[in-house]
Design a protein around this ligand. Structure first.
Ligand code: SF4
Length: 113
C-alpha cells in the first residue's frame, strides 16, 4: 500500500516536471521569437520603395550590399561618402540615394579622409 502511494507520487512528480519543462521550452521559444524585433541587430535599411528606378539602378550597379564582405575594415561607417544617421537609424551616402546601412558596402568605398 505504501509502495503504491510512493509510485503515484513519483509518477505525479515526473508528470509535473514534464509539464514544467514544456512550459520552459515554450517560454524559450517565445523569447527567441521576439529577440529579432528588439532592434539589437540595427536598423532595416533595405526599403528602397521610395527610390526612382534610376536611383535603384545606381544602387545595384555600384554593388551595394547591406553587409560588407570586409566586415568592419571596409563598410559605410568608415567610408568618405557616408553620413551617419541617429542611433539605430540608417545613414546616407553622397553617391547612392536611399537608406544606407552602417554595415553596408559598395564598390565605390573610399577611406574616410
Ligand atoms: S560609397 Fe558605398 S561604401 Fe561608401 S557610404 Fe556610399 S554605399 Fe557606403
Amino acid at each position: 500500500m505504501m509502495k503504491k502511494n510512493d509510485k503515484l507520487t513519483r509518477r505525479e512528480l515526473i508528470r509535473r516536471g514534464a509539464g514544467l519543462g514544456a512550459a520552459t521550452i515554450g517560454l524559450l521559444v517565445l523569447g527567441s521569437g521576439t529577440s529579432g524585433c528588439g532592434g539589437e541587430e540595427g536598423p532595416n535599411c533595405n526599403d528602397t520603395s521610395g527610390l526612382t528606378p534610376q536611383q535603384q539602378s545606381t544602387r545595384s550597379s555600384l554593388g551595394y550590399v547591406a553587409q560588407s564582405p570586409y566586415g568592419t575594415q571596409k563598410n559605410c561607417t568608415n567610408c568618405n561618402f557616408y553620413t551617419a544617421g541617429g542611433a539605430q537609424q540608417c545613414g546616407s551616402c553622397t553617391l547612392i540615394a536611399g537608406p544606407i546601412d552602417p554595415n553596408a558596402y559598395c564598390n565605390s568605398w573610399a577611406a574616410k579622409a
